[in-house]
Write a new protein. Structure first.
Length: 530
């Protein structure tokens, strides 16, 4: 390929620069050499799970004051209410893990019976919802029988023992397809279990299905169609953890696991009216999970209650020796130790004051917290061009799926529109490396500002539908939980987010639980079809 001065001049326009004719002439040999270097680099096969040498750390170094964390101690779940198993196990389809665990532990129900009930529901409702990619029936029944046998022998692994769950289909499962929701990977088999899959098996949980995701973790459209919102089958379930959100809301599993890079747990949890936790960056190992963005990907639970999220996080968090970004920090779940009157609870005033359809529900959330004793503090997020930093994700995704673009296999993806991966990955190829680095330097400024802000509050509340909070906190790595806070005029759920300090999910979840316990929105489920 001959690189002419005219070609360089055209490229300048794409990157917002201007060189002189003499400068363009000087650049020509160097650009030819760069193309030769690219060819050499591309001759090295890079699997999706090979990380770059640079690891993202959400703690902004010496400019941050020390992060306050809960002391090591024994986790304590809230006492389960007295519960008697119903004659028809379908009545337990929407029960939280806390109740299912009590029934299994007291052997009022068996894991096999519970698993068979969820498998029947998955088969019955998946044609309607399109939320399952692979039903793992044989594995599930084997794991359920083991759970029952262990309990009969006096071995109880904990609150997830015998509980059926579903995995977003970007988590590797040995011997089972892992499709990433995308046609080019539809037959992919990865000879390993993701760390999260392995840890849940060690906790005694039962994998009943690999659930849908938007192709390559964008949206709710995958190679089998659109995953539907159980509350309104005319709309999608949002994404990219589309299947986990829909399956949890429809009572098709005890809990599910999703992932988030920019809203992929929060959005489907909100759309489907369930509770979704996005842990701090570095809380949960991503080993064995599809990489979209090395500096932004996070794994977390989608459940029917805040406490369920805490129980699942307890089983999956912590280092595994494979994901170098994972921190060794305690997570101690003891919700009864939290007093709202002694905490500093913030809210993003400008976002709450913005007119929107769900403003009344969000305002009522603040009123409920005040009634519970919280003194709410108006706050402002750091004032930076947050949306302009979104290309950090796109550049990393373009690297993760470099071969897909260069081989033209991106043409096999279902979505071939402006706002979908094929076009976005191509656009990202034209973002200069310098701009990527500069964007990450601005990211450092935001991280420092957030570190200062989070020294003044313990938790803050943010609306889901407005403002920069969702992208900003995904860039800084802070944890968040979405939980239902009402219903729209159309009868579909509305939701709110509680946001916390890095690695302080214990306080975040405890505050969210106090709010959730004072409402009954999480106890509602889709009435028409399920």
């Amino acid at each position: 390929m001959q690189i002419s001065p005219e070609l360089i001049a055209a490229a300048e326009q794409l990157v917002g620069l201007r060189f002189t004719a003499a400068e363009r002439e000087l650049m020509r040999d160097g650009l030819h050499k760069q193309l030769e270097n690219y060819a050499q680099l591309r001759s090295v096969a890079l699997a999706n799970d090979v990380p770059p040498a640079l690891l993202f750390n959400p703690q902004p170094g010496a400019h941050a004051t020390p992060i306050s964390l809960p002391a090591n101690g024994e986790s304590r779940a809230a006492a389960a209410s007295t519960l008697i198993a119903p004659a028809d196990l379908e009545q337990l389809a929407f029960a939280p893990v806390t109740q299912l665990a009590a029934l299994i532990r007291t052997r009022q129900i068996s894991s096999v019976a519970l698993t068979e009930m969820y498998l029947r529901r998955l088969k019955r409702y998946d044609p309607m919802l399109r939320c399952v990619i692979t039903l793992t029936e044989e594995l599930a029944l084997s794991q359920a029988r083991r759970a029952d046998d262990e309990l009969a022998a006096g071995r109880y692994r904990g609150p997830l023992h015998g509980i059926p769950w579903g995995a977003k289909d970007l988590l590797a499962t040995r011997g089972i397809h892992t499709t990433w929701g995308a046609t080019p990977f539809q037959e992919q088999m990865i000879d390993a279990d993701a760390t999260v899959v392995r840890r849940l098996e060690e906790a005694g949980a039962v994998l009943v299905a690999k659930l849908t995701m938007g192709e390559l973790a964008w949206g709710d459209i995958w190679f089998g169609g659109t995953t539907k919102n159980p509350w309104n089958l005319a709309e999608g379930s949002s994404g990219s953890s589309a299947g986990p959100g829909a399956a949890t809301a429809a009572g098709l599993a005890g809990f599910t696991i999703g992932t988030e890079t920019w809203g992929s747990i929060i959005a489907p949890a909100a759309r489907c009216g369930v509770t979704g936790l996005r842990p701090s960056f570095g809380r949960v190992s991503r080993a064995g999970a599809m990489t979209l963005s090395w500096s932004m990907d996070k794994i977390g639970p989608i459940c029917r209650s805040v406490e369920d999220c805490a129980l699942v996080l307890q089983a999956i968090y912590g280092p595994d020796g494979q994901d170098g970004t994972v921190v060794d920090r305690p997570f101690v779940w003891n919700p009864s130790s939290v007093d709202l009157r002694q905490l500093r609870i913030g809210y993003i005033k400008r976002d709450f004051d913005t007119e929107r359809d769900d403003r009344a529900q969000d305002d009522q959330t603040l009123a409920t917290l005040r009634a519970l004793g919280a003194e709410l503090i108006p706050i402002e997020l750091p004032n930076y061009p947050v949306t302009a930093l979104a290309f950090i994700l796109f550049v990393e995704a373009a690297a993760a799926f470099d071969e897909l673009t260069r081989s033209d296999c991106d043409d096999l993806l279902v979505q071939q529109i402006q706002d979908a991966w094929p076009n976005t990955l191509r656009l990202a190829r034209l973002i200069p490396a310098v701009e990527y680095i500069q964007a990450n330097r601005i990211r450092t400024l935001i991280m420092r500002a957030m570190a200062d802000l989070m020294q003044t509050i313990d938790v803050y509340i943010a609306p889901i539908s407005v403002g920069d909070n969702l992208l900003l906190t995904n860039l800084t790595g802070h944890p968040a939980i979405a939980l239902p806070n009402g219903f729209s005029a159309a009868g579909t759920p509305t939701s709110i987010t509680f946001n916390g300090r890095l690695y302080d999910e214990a306080t975040l979840l405890a505050v969210a639980k106090l709010y959730q316990d004072a409402t009954d929105f999480h106890l509602q489920h889709p009435p028409m079809h399920f």
